[in-house]
Design a protein around this ligand. Structure first.
Ligand code: NAD
Length: 477
């Protein structure tokens, strides 16, 4: 029993280069596939939070002026550590998040790829004038301590989307994973203790009150947040008291438009993945599928076939396609949504089983042309349920796709790529794909339009949100 309990409490926070354990009652972390408690993690006290922010502030004084080559080396070192510990981290990620191990491995590798890209990124200063009287330069100076707040669907990669650009540009970071999925980030903090100088990266864990304390803390000079639109609004409100700059990556309700000439033989699998990958718990998941009436029935048949064959189960089983929903609240939300669709008399093309627990498992559901104003079309379900919607012409479908508070992503599918591309450009969102979906890259700025976000992450555009421009104008005579 003693060993077991020691194992459960093995996670500590990285603060100022030290590993700090719980001082109060710890928080339990469950495996969503079994509902077993797999660990207890520190619930950061106010003193520990202050200590982390103070450490980041002190470290900033030297890190900001450290030679860029050294900062690049550290960011590359984070990527290397992710790869060296990939199997351990991926296994931990599956055990706390639920996703299939194969995709957990991809998440760890993708986080490393982000480190590589940002480590190599050029953002040198620009000289815009040098003549007899003036020398004028534009520098890109770091902001200070960055509070990085991360959701539970991609706990490692979404943390690295913030940590890598923040560190390379000379900021320091306090990262807070979701209370549902803190383990992989805490373990990574432990691994990075000897790679990143003390205070430059701090990893803290805690319950619901820690996020608001972090965003309102006077020692924070930048907030990088990924999560729901509802929480994003609170973050912005809290940031407003000190005019702390924010980057918000929020919810989405991406539409896919399937044109009549789409290649039905190949797209069912691709659209299944776009809708159901990570059990639908993806900001950029396809959440509404608009299919031209000429091919609706044929596409529906193939799509249902693919979805019905998906293997739902514990992500540790290598042949599982879809793991559980990550946490009980989200599971209950999805189950309720299925019941709501039923009681509203909506037609299902496929009604997913919700097996008896343990484990928050929900099989894929597909709805048959529900009304545009039904909750399943308007809201972000964030689970394995998607509506198919019939359309007749392009103007009509573009208007319906754009009739959403969100504007994160979208896709268009058709053999005539030029036509599909012209339709894609009409979608009001930060990213649009043709004949694919969910492709992200460190070089693509992801900028949610409308209620999907403020600012952007990734790409040079995202990097610029971690620096202020500073003009140095020198009069020579
Ligand atoms: P959430 O908003 O509940 O939580 C996100 C993070 O914010 C967690 O770490 C949480 O502890 C913290 N938090 C909660 N309340 C806070 C507050 N008042 N102040 C500061 N921090 C607070 O989101 P979630 O349920 O973890 O994630 C799902 C949502 O995230 C979905 O809406 C999804 O679309 C969105 N998301 C967006 C992107 C993107 O890049 N746009 C990526 C992934 C997920």
């Amino acid at each position: 029993v003693a060993d077991m309990s020691e194992g459960l409490d093995r996670f500590a926070m990285l603060i100022d280069g030290q590993l700090l354990p719980s001082v109060g009652a710890p928080l339990k972390v469950l495996n969503p596939a079994t509902e077993e408690v797999i660990a207890r993690v520190p619930d950061a006290t106010d003193e520990q939070l202050d200590k982390a922010i103070d450490a980041a502030g002190r470290a900033f004084a030297t890190w900001r002026t450290a030679p860029i080559a050294g900062r690049r080396r550290v960011v590359r070192g984070i990527g290397r550590s992710l790869r060296e510990h990939a199997e351990e981290l991926a296994t931990l990620l599956t055990s706390e998040q639920g996703k299939p191990l194969r995709t957990a491995r991809l998440e760890i590798e993708s986080a490393a790829v982000w480190c590589d890209w940002f480590a190599d990124c050029e953002f040198s200063e620009e000289e815009i004038r040098d003549d007899d009287t003036h020398r004028v330069r534009i520098r890109h100076v770091p902001l200070g301590t960055v509070a990085a707040i991360v959701p539970w669907n991609f706990p490692v990669s979404l943390a690295m989307w913030k940590i890598a650009p923040a560190l390379v540009t000379g900021n320091t970071v306090v990262v807070k994973p979701s209370p549902f999925t803190p383990l992989t980030m805490l373990r990574l903090g432990e691994i990075l203790k000897d790679i990143v100088p003390p205070g430059v990266l701090n990893v803290i864990s805690g319950g619901d009150s820690l996020g608001p304390k972090l965003t309102s803390h006077p020692g924070v000079q930048k907030i990088a947040f990924t999560g729901s639109t509802q929480t994003g609004k609170k973050v912005m409100e809290s940031a407003s008291s000190r005019l702390t700059p924010v980057t918000l990556e929020l919810g989405g309700n991406d539409g896919a438009i399937i044109l009549p000439d789409a290649d039905l033989d190949s797209i069912a699998d691709a659209i299944f993945a776009a809708c159901f990958r990570n059990s639908g718990q993806v900001c950029l998941a396809t959440k509404r599928v608009y299919v031209h009436e000429d091919i609706y029935d044929e596409f529906a048949k193939r799509f249902v076939e693919v979805a019905a064959n998906a293997k739902v189960g514990n992500g540790m089983d290598e042949d599982v396609t879809l793991g559980p929903i990550q946490n009980r609240a989200q599971y209950e939300k999805v189950v309720q949504l299925i019941e709501q669709c039923e009681s509203a008399g909506l037609e299902f093309l496929l009604k997913g089983d919700v097996p008896q627990g343990p484990g928050y498992f929900v099989h894929p559901s597909i709805l048959d042309n529900p009304p545009d104003d039904s909750a399943i079309v308007v809201d972000e379900p964030f689970g394995p349920i998607v509506p198919l919607l019939r359309f007749r012409d392009i103007d009509e479908v573009v208007a319906r796709v754009n009739n959403s508070e969100y504007g994160l992503g979208g896709s268009v599918w058709g053999r005539d790529v030029d036509l599909a591309e012209s339709v894609a450009e009409r979608i009001d969102s930060g990213v649009v794909w043709v004949n694919e979906a969910q492709r992200v890259s460190p070089s693509f700025p992801l900028a949610g339009h409308k209620a999907s976000g403020i600012g952007s992450e990734n790409g040079m555009e995202g990097l610029s949100h971690y620096t202020h421009p500073q003009v140095v104008s020198v009069r020579k005579s």
